[in-house]
Design a protein around this ligand. Sequence first.
Ligand code: ATP
Ligand code: MG
Length: 157
Amino acid sequence: QHAETLNLRSFVAERLQGYLSMAKLHDVTLKNEIPESATITVDSKTLLRILQNLVSNAIKYNRPGGQVTVKYSVNDSFWQLHVSDTGIGIAQKDISRLFERFYRVDDSRTKQKVSGTGLGLAIVKELVDSIGGAIHVKSQRGVGSTFTVEFPITDNT
Ligand code: ATP
Ligand code: MG
């Protein structure tokens, strides 16, 4: 792992560009609400893979006319990346299983419409563990979900 210091807002803005056509296809708007002042030290490859998996889910499991919002927050020991959607949401009973390999929520309508292998979140969890971070999910069926990743703040930040 190679940690580098970067401006989070521009990092996310650049990566969201790559999802514009996918978002358009799903009629979903992408919003970058990270403050200009957010400077973080992180392995950028790890951050990129986490962001890609969470953003693609937030687009895929959204609704037409919906939104995906990326936010930032920080405290003394870690900083957080929040990826929120206005999509189908996840039932409480499924949340605990989301990070298992090949697990996909058994909603027959969604499963038919949205393709996937069920590996994205398992990979995210492995990456988050590898950097000593954590991931939390808040969701409400029919309203949407927020995935929050906590990144430990390193000494050289
Ligand atoms: P892959 O990411 O490998 O292409 P996938 O998206 O199905 O496939 P995961 O990213 O691991 O796999 O997600 C697992 C399951 O969790 C999904 O199939 C979906 O049922 C549910 N899920 C993930 N993200 C969301 C979300 N933002 N809103 C609603 N459900 C979600
Ligand atoms: Mg996925």
